[in-house]
Write a protein that binds this ligand. Sequence first.
Ligand SMILES: Nc1nc2c(c(=O)[nH]1)N[C@H]1C(S)=C(S)[C@@H](COP(=O)(O)OP(=O)(O)OC[C@H]3O[C@@H](n4cnc5c(=O)[nH]c(N)nc54)[C@H](O)[C@@H]3O)O[C@H]1N2
Ligand SMILES: Nc1nc2c(c(=O)[nH]1)N[C@H]1C(S)=C(S)[C@@H](COP(=O)(O)OP(=O)(O)OC[C@H]3O[C@@H](n4cnc5c(=O)[nH]c(N)nc54)[C@H](O)[C@@H]3O)O[C@H]1N2
Ligand code: SF4
Ligand SMILES: [Mo]
Length: 745
Amino acid sequence: MPDRTALRTCPLCEATCGLEVTVREREVISVRGDREDVFSRGYVCPKAVGVAALERDPDRVRTPLVRRDGELRPVGWEEGFAEVERGLGAVVAGHGRQALAVYAGNPNAHGIAGAFYLSHMLRAAGTPNIFSASTLDQMPKHISSGLMFGAPLTIPVPDVDRTDHLLILGANPLESNGSLMTAPDMRGRLRRLRERGGRLVVVDPRRSRTAEDADEHVAIRPGTDAHLLAAMASTLFAEGLVAPGRLASHLSGVEEVRAALAALTPEAVAPVCRVDAATIRRLARELAAAPTAAVYGRIGTCTQEFGTLASWLVDVLNALTGNLDREGGAMFPAAAAGARNTVGVPGRGRGFVTGRWRSRVRGLPEVLGELPSACLAEEIDTPGEGRVRALITCAGNPVLSHPDAGRLERAIAGLDFMVSVDIYVNETTRHADVVLPAPAPLSRSHYDLLLLQLAVRNIAHYSPPVLPLDPGTPDEWEVLLRLGAILGGQGTAAPLEALDDAVAAQEVERSVGLRGSRVEGRDPAELLALLAPRRGPERLLDLHLRVGPYGDGFGEAPEGLTLERLIAHPHGLDLGPLRPRLPDALRTTSGTVELAPAPLLADLDRLRGSLERLAGGLVLVGRRHLRSNNSWMHNVEVLVRGPERCTLQVHPDDARERGLVDGGRARVGSRVGRVDIVVEVTDAIMPGVVSIPHGWGHEGTAMRVAAAHPGVNVNVLVDGGMVDPLSGNAVLNGVPVTVEALPAA
Ligand SMILES: Nc1nc2c(c(=O)[nH]1)N[C@H]1C(S)=C(S)[C@@H](COP(=O)(O)OP(=O)(O)OC[C@H]3O[C@@H](n4cnc5c(=O)[nH]c(N)nc54)[C@H](O)[C@@H]3O)O[C@H]1N2
Ligand SMILES: Nc1nc2c(c(=O)[nH]1)N[C@H]1C(S)=C(S)[C@@H](COP(=O)(O)OP(=O)(O)OC[C@H]3O[C@@H](n4cnc5c(=O)[nH]c(N)nc54)[C@H](O)[C@@H]3O)O[C@H]1N2
Ligand code: SF4
Ligand SMILES: [Mo]
């Protein structure tokens, strides 16, 4: 057989780069960037080769594993599912559904299985104890966007290709490749921004790679972005720089915001932020003066004490300066499929609520149908009615990703029963009673249902599988469907076809029942017939493309988009630059952008209260590296080679004070734990702040390469007791720590 090339979107990070994969027989012999990809134009980062490495990795799980006599042993799929049914059934029979918990990790957002089938499985579980990586990540942005725009995924993204001024806070896209902003080749995009005379400003406690490449780096005390942004907004009001322009008629609450922020002057916040008042004022004036500008905040602004306030204030600044929803500003993508803000009645909706239930132990409110991940450990280890006794993890590694990881691992080890859907036996899944493998990326199809709702250009790309599944191996969506059937009481025998037909029928019914939908009132049977013979995620994707803004509306617009037409564009389909979408994109009850939602104004009391507590001492932040991907790409030799990455970065002044030397060792302690780690002295980090990346601390797993590069688990130090109250998001940055030198090993 001659070599063949196939095109495939990279599923590893949010950039969605197009890959060109060359295959000989069943062997992947090369992976490079697809030069004709409509979005990435040939760009890839070093992790792209990881897609091939995952395919080959001998440590990857390929058959179900079941615990027998204390050891995980390979079994057939039937036996694996039967064991799941037995184990979960026993817990539910003995203690009810509340004794179940599900944790869904990050890769669910990067694939077609998670996008279309996870929610069905979660519903079938019938438990309030749903957790996900979202409350370790972007939940504050969902809350602020839900409150302001009416839907949690209606998140403005910076129009990076056209803006004249980009203010980035708490993001490092040169390492992360962008987040809540789908944009391959951010390095190129930022370079072009500066080449066309634009200005790039980065606010970060570290001089990150992105800050290095910027016009200006503003060092900020961790956890104080909301203070800085509030003072910038109050400056705009004080200096008469508020100019919403065309937006004015779509905004409500401007005067309430003016009043609420009045006391938060640059002088008031400067000592907390450690940014001087003159700089804060200048940042506000520059933002107002730029012909177009966008403010963009990411993980550093979310995973902190004032995460929802900071996320809100980012968009308050975009709105007050007239940059929200304008070309070159912060804009709402119009995704081809699955976006709530493109279907139904435009411009108005039911609004957004949280707190429909509360966590058992700490009483934290539900957000988007889930509870804060920071609560998972206590829900397992706190005795009493309703205690969690069985856990299903799907594409997650909470032992490395959750706060208070030491406690969480002990809690997990004490569960009655645990099931993991994963590709590795890692720090978390090694505690499972049953591990169900997901196939490696190249043997599955791909569409970015979620990430394309956040793209800086409207595009769509679909990839069919590059390699066939191993015979007898279910795809991940089929595993989720089967788990849902087990949880829903239909057991292991119900035929998958029938289960899948039921899912499709439900989705079609929802679409025809939605007021203002393009297929409102149509006959579901007719639509299902038009979707045949597709099944699985492809059938659901075809449905969502066809009822979406570019779709054929099942015949209503015969030239419109269908999956078949998308497949005919293997390099992707360019649907054009972002266009203004207000008021249509809104789903608020008022039909306006609600600039002053009551819960946010109320939370400002907490912010004002924090002005008095001028914290001294060291605080800990995280960081990312281009060659790493959270916890799970460390078994790829080419990506972990080179100098130690899991180091404690510390400023020379702090190092001197504590007798720390570069390459030496230190003990870092916090309220909840301590770790011993290699020291890296660098003036890239501001005094008073230290940094350790997350995703490390590999031990006791079946991942041989990762075991040779263990690093330490930073989340042993992170205090699960600290959350942003409105979102329940964990506070992963700005954690108080102590550091002392250790004698050389
Ligand atoms: N201290 C600190 N902690 C953090 C962060 C931080 O910045 N600092 N960042 C947080 C953020 S933003 C996130 S998103 C979370 C991530 O937290 P998690 O989602 O819990 O962890 P990941 O490391 O992404 O682990 C992904 C898991 O999915 C598995 N996997 C990979 N591909 C697939 C697949 O296709 N199917 C299945 N079923 N499994 C797959 C991997 O083997 C791995 O076990 O970590 C959070 N934790
Ligand atoms: N290579 C690589 N790419 C990734 C990932 C990965 O692990 N590796 N993870 C993916 C995931 S799950 C996510 S969510 C995204 C995240 O994408 P980004 O948000 O770009 O994440 P980081 O690269 O961690 O950059 C966060 C920056 O915030 C700074 N920071 C910390 N605390 C604060 C603070 O209080 N205020 C301010 N202003 N800054 C602060 C840190 O110093 C750091 O430079 O990346 C994704 N892409
Ligand atoms: S930036 Fe790298 S990891 Fe992210 S999608 Fe592109 S090639 Fe994949
Ligand atoms: Mo994330």
